[in-house]
Design a binder for this molecule. Sequence first.
Ligand code: HEC
Length: 206
Amino acid sequence: MNLPGLLGGLALAALPALAADVDVLTRAEDTMRRSFPAATEEEWRTRLAQDEVQALCSAHHNTPPPDIAARIVAQSREGIRYPDDGKLLGNWKEGEKLASIGTGGHIGKIQPDRPGTRRGGNCYACHTMATKEVAAGNLGPSLTGYGKRLGNTPESARFVYDKIWNAQAFAPCSHMPRFGTNGWLTPEEIAHTVAFLLDPESPVNR
Ligand code: HEC
């Protein structure tokens, strides 16, 4: 077969798969829209519509080829901001609270947001941390004893800070929310959470 013929054949072969993908994505978005009838257009734009990185992950079923993966990592590293005082290790007691808080930012009718509700990281939904908290999920790896494993050094604090700011700066298409990039936690709050994971006094390490 000549080259144009081969390319034509490939394009034709790829078409049904592509059409199926587009159909699935359209139906998924439609289901999301119907699930959040109370969402305003602003909430749709900032919370529910996929940004470029999410769209790339969806298009590649969360396993992007190396060039796209590198692009996601590079883009996710952009715009990392640190607390004004430069301290990446905050107060572990504040971090402990933030790791448990699962309220804040709700969209919907069943449990709408209460004014003034504090947003937290809801880290326990996916991670085991301090062992006294028994209601911990396992979508993410256990972080019990994390500081002992990683060491309480400036380098590890920087890594954990950046990881919480945007998990995809290390693991493209990670299921972990991008707390800093999406403005969910402030730089100071991220530093508190870093302390909760690394401080030798924190129950995560005792
Ligand atoms: C929706 C689930 C989810 C939530 C919520 C979540 N994570 Fe994660 N996290 C993951 C997954 C999945 C991984 C493994 C993939 C990766 O490295 O990104 C991970 C990885 C990590 C790692 C790297 C662990 C290692 O192997 O070195 C750290 C640190 C971490 N999470 C901290 C946190 C903190 C702190 C919070 C709360 C502020 C949090 N996570 C909230 C899912 C979650």
